[in-house]
Ligand binder design. Structure first.
Ligand code: GLY
Ligand code: MN
Ligand code: MN
Length: 438
């Protein structure tokens, strides 16, 4: 494992803390979540903790002491041969320190005592209050333990600062190692979507298609899906977060799949919509090509200096005009945009940051203004159009739901689409599905 990116990130955080007078940061990993009795949900380390350490065991805490002689200190589980026989390998503090490049490591059982020492006479405690009541109480107890030593001349930190605010800003711009991982996660997700397209046929069930996706994610090395896969046939595509995935697929319907894998802690997020029987009908093709045109306009708007919302505005303009042409909405383009009547059929946003989390860390606005795009930022581009049956809607479009989603990295001159391993032009989708049927 290459530990230098983690080391670099810890140095960057120390630098940022020092710009605000230094202090001590406490960054715990995620707790294990019981599922029932003695089984747990699959464990996933906290994204911030993972970003700074590369260490993915539960029950671990990173403490960073900034200032002129900075230190990175890991608290983790001790080795325990009996537990390791049941649950698997644990590094233990010494091997973890050595392998992951920390300055110091201690058993996690010593955290509370050591924290009271580490926080004494420090100007600030950097923590993320309000995310976990148990941790809030533990941190309060550590501060009170320092206060209790005031007659011995120890001073508790005068300020509590939000460590996640600094980490969010760092995570917004991906480094080379992150981008390489994201490209690979994206390629795996694309392969999974191709597999799903090839497999899909009338009479198969949504869950059977989901199984193909999961098979490909895992086979190619993803640890888990990056979020619950949406496999939505026919009218289900108009339910934005449909995850039932239990219905049969019908001849003549579209299938919308929104699915991505997580690789080494990084998400991919792809949506494709295609016909269950391999051939788009006329009205399906009309809606599909409108969404594809909107996506092309959004992608063209991604470049350094553009605002985060520019791709959304570009997509909405194309979609609104298309909806007018298809008699889904009425009035001039300006009126439809002004009144936002397009929102009846396109009610979500076009992009979100993508990274360790599918909806990744990072602010979308700087004050009043949308965040300016900068090389190394990664975002999705996912316009859609969802048409529920209604008397004032042309019947030919009823129950057509289309979304097309790709993942983009902002480059020096525009953007790189990292999910283009799965087709999205109608002719290419139809050719792939025809070839799969022989
Ligand atoms: N799959 C979640 C999203 O597209 O935002
Ligand atoms: Mn998305
Ligand atoms: Mn998605």
């Amino acid at each position: 494992m290459n530990i230098s990116p983690y080391h670099q990130r810890r140095l960057s955080l120390i630098d940022r803390m020092n710009r605000h007078g230094g202090g001590v940061a406490v960054i715990p990993t995620a707790p294990e979540q019981p599922r029932n009795r003695d089984t747990h949900f699959p464990y996933r380390a906290d994204s911030y903790f993972q970003y700074l350490t590369g260490f993915i065991e539960p029950e671990a805490v990173l403490v960073i002491v900034a200032g002129t002689s900075p230190q990175s200190i890991l608290f983790c589980r001790e080795k325990n041969l009996e537990r390791e026989t049941w649950d698997g390998f644990r590094y233990g503090p010494e091997a973890a320190r050595e392998t992951f490049g920390f300055d110091v490591a201690h058993p996690v059982a010593e955290l509370d005592t050591k924290l009271a020492e580490l926080l004494a006479d420090q100007p600030a405690l950097w923590f993320s209050l309000g995310h976990d009541a148990g941790w809030d109480a533990r941190i309060t107890a550590a501060i009170n333990a320092v206060r209790a030593q005031s007659r011995a001349g120890k001073r508790a930190p005068a300020a509590i600062r939000d460590v996640r605010a600094e980490l969010d800003a760092m995570r917004l711009i991906k480094d080379g190692v992150e981008l390489d991982t994201m490209r690979r996660a994206a390629a795996i997700a694309a392969a999974a979507h191709v597999r799903a397209m090839r497999f899909t046929a009338p009479g198969r069930h949504e869950y059977e298609v989901e199984a193909e996706l999961l098979h490909e994610f895992r086979r190619m090395g993803c640890e888990y899906p990056a979020y619950t896969s949406i496999v939505a046939g026919g009218a289900n595509a108009c339910v934005l977060h449909y995850v039932g995935n239990d219905q049969p697929l019908r001849d003549g319907d579209l299938l919308l799949i929104d699915a991505g894998g997580e690789l080494n802690g990084y998400a991919s997020d792809i949506t494709r919509t295609f016909p269950v029987n391999g051939r788009f009908s006329g009205p399906q093709a009309d809606v599909y090509d409108l969404v594809l045109d909107a996506q092309a306009a959004a992608i063209a708007a991604i470049k350094p200096g553009a605002g985060f919302n520019d791709p959304h505005e570009a997509a909405v303009k194309v979609l609104a005009q298309g909806m007018i042409d298809m008699k889904l909405v009425h009035g001039s383009l300006d009126a439809v945009l002004e009144l936002e009547s397009y929102k009846r059929f396109y009610m979500h946003r076009t992009s979100h940051w993508l990274g360790k989390d599918v909806h990744d860390a990072g602010e979308y606005k700087e004050g009043e203004h949308w965040a300016p795009l900068v090389p190394g930022m990664t975002l999705t581009v996912e316009p859609g159009c969802y048409i529920r049956p209604a008397e004032d809607v042309p019947e030919a479009f009823w129950n057509i739901g289309v979304r097309i989603e790709d993942d983009a990295v902002v480059t020096a001159s525009g953007c790189e689409i990292i999910t283009d391993g799965v087709p999205k032009k109608i002719a290419d989708i139809e050719a792939l599905m025809a070839e799969a049927r022989g």
